[in-house]
Design a protein around this ligand. Structure first.
Ligand code: ADP
Length: 165
């Protein structure tokens, strides 16, 4: 039996925290599907296609990963992928309330799929995409939080915006 896990997220942009969860998750599952959400409510810096490409490029060295965009109910997406697990990363207390509620409601929607929480390396826990973007917008160095390629893409995107005024 192939054990498939889905790791959903916005990944706007992909951080070292996400990558750490992905590496840990890839060891738990035979097949790890990274679901990149459209999430228009968050008005992302990068389009869904750009985020999919970014995640693909940074996980190319891990064998059992697939990166897929999705725009539906998470449980429907997980079911369509044949997943038995949903992976989420948990950072200290900040994520708990939201994740607890979401896992509880998802359990009501589909009790056959288990939500599994993973903890990133302690040093990587404070990293959040939102703060990475904020630091970059103010000219701060984000190389401790994202890969060099992602840092380049963020800098380029902020530069483009700056030029447009
Ligand atoms: P979402 O919009 O679904 O919260 P994110 O891209 O912000 O998407 O996060 C995807 C998942 O990765 C979430 O479960 C989030 O808690 C987790 N995550 C993000 N950053 C970290 C980190 N630094 N350490 C551990 N988990 C993280």
């Amino acid at each position: 039996m192939t054990r498939t896990a889905v790791y959903p997220g916005t990944f706007d942009p992909l951080t070292l925290g996400h990558l750490d969860i992905i590496r840990r998750g890839s060891r738990l599952a035979d097949r790890l599907v990274i679901g990149v959400t459209t999430n228009p409510s968050k008005t992302p810096m990068f389009s869904t296609e750009e985020r999919i490409a970014m995640v693909r490029q940074e996980t190319a060295d891990i064998g059992n990963i697939e990166v897929v965009g999705f725009d539906s109910l998470l449980m429907d997406f997980a079911e369509s992928q044949g997943a038995s697990m949903i992976l989420r990363g948990l950072r200290a207390v900040a994520d708990f309330e939201y994740e607890y509620q979401m896992a509880g409601m998802n359990q009501q929607l589909n009790d056959r799929i288990e939500t599994v929480f993973l903890m990133a390396d302690v040093c990587l826990q404070p990293i959040a995409s939102r703060l990475v973007k904020e630091i970059a917008r103010y000219g701060g160095d984000i190389h401790k939080f994202v890969t060099p390629a992602v840092a380049g893409q963020v800098a380029e995107r902020i530069g483009q915006k700056g030029q447009r005024g």
